[in-house]
Write a protein that binds this ligand. Structure first.
Ligand SMILES: [Zn+2]
Length: 361
């Protein structure tokens, strides 16, 4: 018999709204940035700031086990199912209605749950926690995206002595006319979509976001306005990235990615830069490719190529997509894990962009 109760288990904090980037049409993005059920049976969520959640519980019926679910504003890109273990049968991410995201946790029959005692606790503006069950036997944690506040997956040894300060001084970069250019920098992936996962768990989304932020900073120091398509871990679809560049009438668009090889082959390393059309796009790609190779000695030059990626195909201005190395490659991954190398790559990308701008203008 389907006896169910539909408690709203949820309490939310009074939340201060920080205005982040305002031009993007964020309406369609899912507010769920990451989730994890850890080995103690605690579900943790990371959402956008200022998100209102609703949580529900339903007793088992003929077709399903006990289910707990949370609804988030914003529509999920890719509905999917993830196999559980221990007390959890399955996790489903879906869009129950247009513009919504639903995370469903279905339990196995034998689990003893006390949903009337459950409380969803807001830890801060964008993190939530609820204790769902006590694992009877071992439970392997399941999750997607990065829950914590800080980037743990990449080592931030910023103080490493082998970074020469002079090397990253923007005064060494080519000069261009001040306040004339607008560059849109697009860190690939984000949020629930981590992109490539490399050796030792290093994630593309973290690497490219950090590199992109440094590129932006360097360009700003040279009087070039730079906008990032995303500033944090949000799951941003491709159309808004293109929309931002086209709407702001940017001079150039640079999407930054890191590669993964099929089968995670460690012997595949290298850098490549794609453009879609035009001599300008090709020239920009060439300038960037040349510079990123210079800071990646020994890593193969996979060349400047034409590619049909959505973001470079649909942007109106000269646009490139840079692959700064293989996170699955032995040589590249070891480097991409290190902050000084990420800094060098950012410097190289900025150099390529500025060379292009000073030449073509
Ligand atoms: Zn990518």
């Amino acid at each position: 018999m389907a006896k169910f109760f539909c408690n709203k288990l949820f309490r939310y904090l009074s939340i201060i709204c920080f205005l982040n980037s305002t031009i993007l049409p964020v309406k369609s993005q899912s507010a769920l940035a990451a989730w994890e059920i850890n080995t103690n049976g605690v579900l943790e969520l990371r959402t956008k700031s200022n998100t209102k959640l609703k949580a529900y519980f339903k007793k088992a019926n003929k077709n399903h086990g006990d289910r707990f679910w949370v609804d988030f504003p914003g529509e999920l890109k890719n509905p999917r199912k993830i196999k559980g273990n221990g007390s959890i049968k399955e996790i489903r991410l879906g869009k129950p209605y247009k513009g919504k995201t639903r995370l469903v946790i279905e339990f196995k029959e034998e689990v003893y749950l006390t949903p009337l005692k459950w409380q969803m606790i807001g830890l801060d503006q964008n993190r939530w926690r609820i204790n769902l069950f006590k694992p009877k036997y071992s439970f392997k944690k399941i999750g997607e995206g990065f829950i914590g506040k800080r980037i743990k997956n990449i080592k931030s040894n910023q103080n490493s002595s082998y970074v020469k300060k002079r090397e990253y001084d923007s005064s060494q970069l080519p000069n261009v006319k001040q306040n004339k250019f607008l560059v849109v920098i697009d860190p690939g992936h984000g949020g629930l979509d981590p992109g490539a996962i490399g050796i030792s768990g290093i994630r593309e989304t973290d690497v490219v976001l950090e590199v992109s932020k440094i590129v932006k900073k360097l360009l700003s120091e040279k009087g070039v306005k730079a906008i990032l398509t995303r500033k944090n871990e949000v799951d941003l679809d491709l159309p808004p990235r293109v929309y931002l560049a086209n709407k702001t009438d940017a001079d150039i668009f640079v999407s930054i990615h890191a590669n993964a090889s099929r089968g995670k082959r460690r012997d595949i390393n290298g850098l490549e830069t794609f453009y879609y059309r035009g001599w300008r796009g090709r020239l920009l790609a060439k300038r960037i490719q040349k510079q990123i190779l210079r800071v990646s000695p020994g890593s193969p030059d996979r060349g400047v190529k034409q590619g049909r990626f959505y973001v470079i195909k649909n942007t109106k201005m000269p646009a490139v997509l840079v692959e700064i190395g293989f996170l699955t490659g032995r040589l590249d991954a070891r480097r991409l894990e290190k902050a000084p190398h990420r800094k060098r790559l950012a410097y190289a990308i900025a150099q390529g962009i500025l060379e292009y701008l000073s030449k073509v203008g």
